[in-house]
Design a protein around this ligand. Structure first.
Ligand SMILES: *Cc1c(COP(=O)(O)O)cnc(C)c1O
Length: 468
């Protein structure tokens, strides 16, 4: 036994780690056969779990089982059939890196406290800045997700373009821009009315000409246009805005050009994606989500900014109690570049998978998703009962039953999902209920995508799954 109740002995550590590793290996092995969503018996489990912890120690084995049971009542977001919303997957090797980093428990708010781990994170960020052709002045920081990265970008933009005088500042977003941008603008101190929604072109891209007209009108009326937001892959349809036109407009009008690449940004690693994302290299800030496009477990976003000074100007803070930190290493202090002081070390979870599997494995996986989306689009388009949306820019496809009301579309989705083999979701396109499929998990391959297409075709008029 160990000497302190909060410190397991070496033997206990090894036994617990081994038990967890065994359980996780079985979980990953079982993913191909796992149901795509499981809510059976969730009510008694939830009421049990809402209870308080006991005073006396519990037993690891049963507690681990409870933890797995709790995780099991969920959408199977780690499995190959997860085609809803924006999938990620959850790389085992990223979780493993995280476990190691967590036990070390290093502080990365100040580089001097853990230069190795800060360098590990910065190595990945420099590589990303290179992939996006940003200049030497650029810097990246890892965040907890795309929404928080967006908030930091808008605060930096506000400081740079407006200074303290936010009142008349305006932002320009598209009709299909992610809701986190308007939310971030609110938190960053912009008025609700400051978020100007530019209409979309018929192919659902932010209309740069309309944006130019709105900017001119706003200026004439005394507003201060500050930020233009382009999207590199919308959540609804995966559509990429005309980034070169938006970059040009932002340059001409002296606006901060922000690109939301939370879903689509990592396709930059592929040849096709690189071409389709042309113009992103002119952004002042880019948001990426490794927990989507790099298949990491949820909780990792990235913000890249063109000029590192813009982050420093927005977030630098000095405090007397930090005076002893070693400033000799040439690495950034995240405390000066982000809203966080104490922060987890987010480098290892990115670094280990990239170095262990190699970058080509990520490029190839993303390339495969582009192929799968094109194949599924063609297969669905060949069915006379199904009306598909335009050829996808990336890996989101949209489709509906031809000439049928919304209720029929919803029931079609329910029948497909009730098979337990796939989980699809829906959105509204021009007001009409529309199904969508997003292919992004590293575990989704041709067999499951073909199965999804078969399920959808078979479910047009009745079962596969039970409901309707
Ligand atoms: C997911 C997503 C976001 C929000 O990122 P989170 O990591 O969920 O906070 C923003 N924009 C787009 C296009 C997204 O797909």
């Amino acid at each position: 036994m160990s000497s302190h109740p909060l410190e397991p002995s070496r033997a206990e550590m090894l036994a617990m780690t081994d038990a967890a590793a065994q359980a996780l290996a079985s979980f990953v092995d079982g993913l191909p056969e796992a149901r795509s969503a499981d809510a059976d018996g969730v009510e008694p489990l939830v009421s049990h779990l809402l209870g308080p912890p006991g005073e006396r120690p519990g037993e690891f084995g049963p507690l681990l089982e409870r933890l797995q049971e709790a995780a099991g009542k969920a959408y199977e977001a780690a499995g190959p059939g997860y085609l809803a919303y924006i999938p990620g997957g959850g790389l085992f090797t990223a979780a493993l890196a995280e476990f190691v980093a967590r036990v070390h428990n290093r502080y990365t708010g100040m580089a001097g406290a853990a230069p190795g781990l800060v360098a590990m994170e910065q190595g990945v960020m420099r590589w990303l800045c290179g992939e996006f052709d940003l200049p030497d002045t650029a810097i990246g920081v890892a965040t907890t997700g795309g929404s928080i990265a967006t908030l930091s970008a808008l605060v930096a933009a506000r400081e740079r373009i407006l200074g303290d005088d936010v009142a008349e500042g305006t932002l320009y977003v598209g009709a299909h821009t992610h809701a986190c941008v308007a939310k971030a603008a609110r938190i960053a101190g912009f008025r609700r009315a400051a978020v100007r929604v530019v209409p979309a072109t018929p192919d659902r891209r932010l209309d740069a000409e309309q944006a130019a007209r709105m900017i001119a009108e706003d200026r004439a009326a005394g507003s201060r246009p500050a930020v233009l937001v382009g999207t590199a892959g919308t959540t609804d349809t995966g559509t990429i805005d005309d980034l070169p036109a938006l970059a040009e407009l932002a340059r001409r009008e002296d606006l901060w050009f922000h690109v939301d690449g939370a879903y689509g940004g990592f396709f930059r690693l592929t040849e096709r994606g690189r071409r389709r994302l042309t113009g992103i290299e002119r952004a002042d800030s880019i948001v990426l989500d490794p927990h989507k496009g790099m298949f990491l477990p949820f909780g990792t976003g990235v913000l890249l900014v063109r000029d590192h000074a813009s982050l420093r100007d927005a977030f630098a803070a000095d405090a007397d109690y930090l005076q002893d930190f070693d400033e000799s290493v040439d690495l950034p202090d995240y405390n000066d570049l982000t809203p966080e002081l104490t922060r987890e070390s987010r480098g290892p979870r990115l670094w280990l998978p990239l170095h262990l599997h190699g970058v080509a494995a990520f490029r190839d996986a993303l390339d495969e998703k582009l192929d799968l989306a094109a194949e599924a689009h063609a297969a669905l388009a060949a069915d006379p009962h199904i009306e598909v949306g335009v050829q996808p820019d990336l890996t989101v496809l949209t489709f509906r039953l031809r000439d049928r009301p919304d209720d029929d579309q919803r029931r079609w989705l329910e029948r497909a999902n009730a098979t337990g083999r796939v989980l699809l979701s829906s959105t509204r396109i021009d007001g009409a209920y529309t199904l969508r499929m997003c292919i992004l998990s590293h575990r989704t391959h041709a067999d499951r995508v073909r199965e999804a297409v078969d399920i959808l075709r078979d479910a047009v008029n009745g079962p596969p799954g039970r409901p309707s």
